[in-house]
Design a protein around this ligand. Structure first.
Ligand code: NAP
Length: 659
């Protein structure tokens, strides 16, 4: 076998070093001391230990205790005030010495030091986590990069891959495909990359997962302005990855794949592609990676009279650029993550705001949700090599387990709302937060108190702006239930008519209609949605479906991480698995691989059982995590390490191969 020689990034027309630049430190001692005052200390201590090689910076007396992510995340990893003072003193001295030494940072620490650094941040044995952790760090190499190219495993063989979608997952797929030098084309229905981050432009749209962890392992941006950045920042990050990596030349924008059909004689897929002008063409590929997301098809409420409303109706995910809400009477239907960001952002423009709530969301107390990253911290991120990477790693470590234990269903726990002892602890913490928010408004407190288990649907980050909005005199929280839309507005179930100029439907997405509205016809002429899924989507590892050879999904059934980890991590796992599979095909000279029924069925039994042991699978739960048949078809019910291990190697025994 030939060894892989991969072209450098600049040869591919890009420069990913844009994410790795640091500036030399020329600041005074006092400036450095002040900057360190605003630092995230646990990640700074490991960074400095790594760049200086001085392990005393991560000695036990400055080690953060176990990061308790229960209701809230303990600041500075739970370090005591005295510990923080000591850590700051050590860090300041180390930084000054680093400045004076000519700043020759060491990116390749000894194995022993690296292990010490990881153990400093993680409270557990790191052995089983180590490959996953190294994948996420990527200091000097990119561990997720394929260690092969097409030419190295199958010289001269033609193998063409289609990627559908150029959001986060599509970019991950394209980036890795580019590294293999396979021939590939990406199809994107929008005019730019970004997927949901391109589409969702409603006022206030921003992340609710900490930003450093919500980034691609191979493109670790250091200069996020906030811990939870706004939509334009994330969209711009994704656009930068696409251009810096040279990926854009592979993407056909404004192009939608309507259908795909498996050709049994050639073991290929023919895609039916529609461009912006409506022109339809067909193209043939050896494999297809879908990266269309699950929150991309807006869902309008199924309420009578919607089309009779004479004012303007908008969905949160299709926000018109010309929408002027100044002085308007506005209805906001829904109180999920989108509504929670829209309401407080528009409240001061509108003449009146009525919010129609079907069920109140559980809120995660996050007082710093909208805060900028402090200037001192920004300076450190810009000047201390690898600090952004360690901060991302630290956020990632915290989220590996995250609040996952708080979602467990305990069979011996009998309670009208919560599903287990830990879940009850979370409920109590959230109730306390609610009580502080609405202590002066018992009417709102009652309406805002959920009667279903916390975490059984997406919890929302709250820093108090929702309560402040609800208490404004021109705002009403209506929980009566909508009876129907009328030409003037909304009639509630108590018969009251509410007149509006604009209705905003923040009513979510058709999340369980995976891959819709594409028509996907596999082996034997079976259509995926009609003949196979029938409204209850399933896949092996969330990636493969029997009867649909060489079709690889990202963000497929039961892969959504809903309480711990980041969706980007899962996508990268799926992409890397798919490329391992393609490599196997190329190496063995086979045309296609078809998932066997037995592993597919066994896997789904296991996943279903797992979901029943989680709050979101309990009969009391109702959210987009479940499909119309009541099965939790979206969430991944286990830990991140489990998914990493499952997708970390390709097992040919699970597939039948087509020569
Ligand atoms: P969602 O979570 O599905 O919320 C939809 C809301 O509309 C719910 O409050 C729902 O009530 C309500 N609703 C739906 N149909 C209704 C009807 N017929 N009558 C009255 N109310 C109705 O949708 P989303 O807020 O757009 O968020 C979807 C997901 O996108 C989130 O869970 C999250 O994963 C993601 N997201 C993330 C961010 C971020 O910050 N990163 C921002 C926005 C969205 P019920 O609860 O009673 O069903």
């Amino acid at each position: 076998m030939m060894s892989a020689t991969r072209p450098a990034e600049h040869e591919l027309g890009g420069d990913m070093n844009v994410f790795n630049r640091v500036e030399p430190i020329a600041a005074s001692d006092e400036f450095i001391r002040q900057a360190v005052e605003q630092a995230d200390l646990p990640s700074l201590m490991v960074t400095l230990a790594m760049v200086t090689g001085d392990a005393s910076l991560i000695a036990p007396e400055v080690k953060p205790p176990v990061p308790p992510m229960r209701v809230e995340i303990a600041q500075q990893g739970g370090m005591s005030k005295e510990m923080q003072v000591k850590a700051r003193r050590l860090a300041t001295a180390a930084l000054i010495a680093f400045r004076d030494s000519g700043q020759l940072g060491c990116a390749t620490p000894s194995d022993a030091l690296l292990t010490q650094c990881m153990q400093y941040l993680l409270p557990r044995d790191i052995d089983e986590l180590r490959p996953l952790l190294e994948h996420e760090m990527g200091f000097t190499k990119d561990p997720g990069a394929p260690d092969w190219t097409r030419e190295s495993v199958a010289p001269g063989v033609k193998f063409r891959v289609a990627v559908i979608g150029a959001g986060v997952s599509g970019i991950a797929a394209g980036y890795r495909l580019q590294q293999t030098e396979l021939d590939f084309t990406m199809f994107e229905k929008n005019e730019d990359v970004g997927g949901v981050w391109w589409e969702n432009r409603y006022p206030g749209c921003r992340l609710d997962t900490p930003n450093f962890a919500y980034s691609l392992s191979f493109a670790q941006k250091q200069d996020w302005p906030q811990q939870f950045s706004r939509q334009p920042e994330i969209q711009s990050y994704l656009a930068t990855v696409a251009s810096a990596s040279g990926l854009k030349r592979h993407i056909r924008f404004g192009t939608e794949v309507d259908a795909m059909r498996f050709n049994e004689d050639r073991a290929t897929w023919t895609l039916t592609i529609r461009d912006q002008s409506g022109g339809v063409t067909q193209e043939e590929f050896n494999a297809v990676i879908t990266a269309v997301g699950i929150l991309s098809r807006p869902s309008l409420p199924d309420i009578a009279g919607l089309d009779t409303f004479k004012g303007r109706i908008v969905h949160s995910a299709v926000w018109p650029e010309d929408l002027d809400l100044a002085g308007k009477r506005v209805a906001l239907v829904g109180t999920g993550a989108s509504a929670f960001q829209i309401g407080p952002s528009i409240v001061d423009q509108v003449a009146g705001l009525k919010i129609f709530q079907r069920s109140p969301p559980w809120m995660l107390p996050t007082p710093t949700y909208h805060d900028d990253i402090a200037p001192g911290m920004q300076w450190l991120l810009k000047h201390v090599p690898y600090y952004g990477r360690w901060l991302r790693f630290w956020q990632f470590c915290i989220s590996i387990e995250g609040r996952f234990p708080l979602t467990a269903v305990e069979d011996d726990w009998v309670h009208p709302v919560s599903v287990g002892r830990d879940n009850e602890e979370l409920r109590q913490g959230c109730l306390k937060w609610l009580a502080t928010q609405y202590h002066d408004r018992p009417d709102l407190l009652e309406k805002m108190t959920p009667n279903y288990p916390p975490t059984s649907k997406r919890m929302l980050r709250d820093n108090g702006v929702w309560a402040a909005m609800l208490k404004k005199p021109h705002v009403e929280l209506n929980t009566t239930g909508i009876d129907q839309f009328t030409p003037e507005g909304i009639r509630t179930q108590d018969g009251v008519l509410h007149d509006f100029d604009v209705v905003i439907c923040a009513t979510g997405f058709k999340a369980s209609d995976f891959l819709a509205p594409m028509t996907i016809t596999g082996a034997g002429g079976r259509e995926l949605h009609r003949d196979c899924w029938d409204g209850d989507c399933r896949a092996y590892l969330g990636i493969s479906v029997p009867g649909f050879p060489n079709l690889f999904m990202t963000g497929g059934p039961n892969t959504a991480v809903v309480i711990n980890g980041s969706a980007i991590f899962s996508s990268e796992c799926q992409v890397e698995y798919s490329l391992r599979a393609i490599r196997y095909l190329l190496e063995t000279g086979q045309k296609a691989m078809n998932c066997k029924e037995a592993p597919f069925l066994d896997y789904n039994v296991w996943v279903d059982a797992g979901n029943l042991k989680r709050s979101w699978g309990s009969p009391r739960a109702r959210s987009w995590y479940k499909n119309a048949k009541g099965r939790a078809s979206q969430p991944w019910p286990f830990g991140m390490l489990d998914y990493w291990n499952l997708t970390g190697k390709f097992t040919p025994e699970d597939y039948v191969f087509i020569q």
